[in-house]
Ligand binder design. Sequence first.
Ligand code: CA
Length: 299
Amino acid sequence: MPTHRLARTALPSLALTAAALTTLAVAPPASGAPGGAPGGAPGQRATVELSADPAELDLVPLPCFPADLDVTMTNTGDQARFADTLLTADPPLTLSRDVFSSYLPATDPDQPVSVPVEVRAPRGTPPGTYEVLLELERQRVSVPVHVASPPPKGPGDNLALGEEPIASSTHGNFSACGGLDGNTDHAQWSTRTGWNDGTPAVFPDTYGVRLPEARTVEEVSVLTLDSAGSPAERFGLRDWDVQVLTDDGWHTVAEVRGNTAGLVTTRFEPTTARAVQLVVHGTNDARYSRVMELEVRGG
Ligand SMILES: [Ca+2]
């Protein structure tokens, strides 16, 4: 999305239209103030540009489906300075930070300073378009956030999709949500769509999912890493138990031993469970537990 720069003398109506549409770096007519951005010389325009990437976000109101926004401040002036951007979101959306403060060096070419911001919609957020607003002095950047309906969770659907992960540890390059994100493309393993434990050569590891309410479960599918360069027989899970959490604790409902396949589906007596987890006792490289996706189904 381009950054629109409007002259200070731009018509107010034009500035308002632009503000409603996109990234805006503009100093609208001041009301009595002699002008000049804080830290700048009198009469000088604001020298920090504010932008957001992407310009719009799509969001699913489930624990493992946050959206990421990069907020950037760029000092376009010739004096180093500090700047603060305030971040707010329409309720019930939440942000991982509400202020972005940074020292902004004056360099040529300009040096953008960015920070990632996680945007979340809690379960039950009605579908619709919400706003994340960034404010830096007189600048306003509005980011529309489109909240979709959550995926269906009826009989036969994957009850684990997007729900809260359980992990005994997680390798720093991965996210515990990677095995619950619906992405089963093994070629994208290195882009974090999977869970990798963080305790090499130490077992057991546990990985699972907490359901939002007790459900009848009867089938668990485990996709372990199985790409062309990293086949399951060398890098996948080998030995694990499938456990379900009922009112009186965890119960093992299936055991898998000596596995070399990329996909293993186990079925068991229908059980009312609030969570499902794998307890991994060994892997084919005797080092890391790698789950591309965990799927849970039932009535
Ligand atoms: Ca995945």
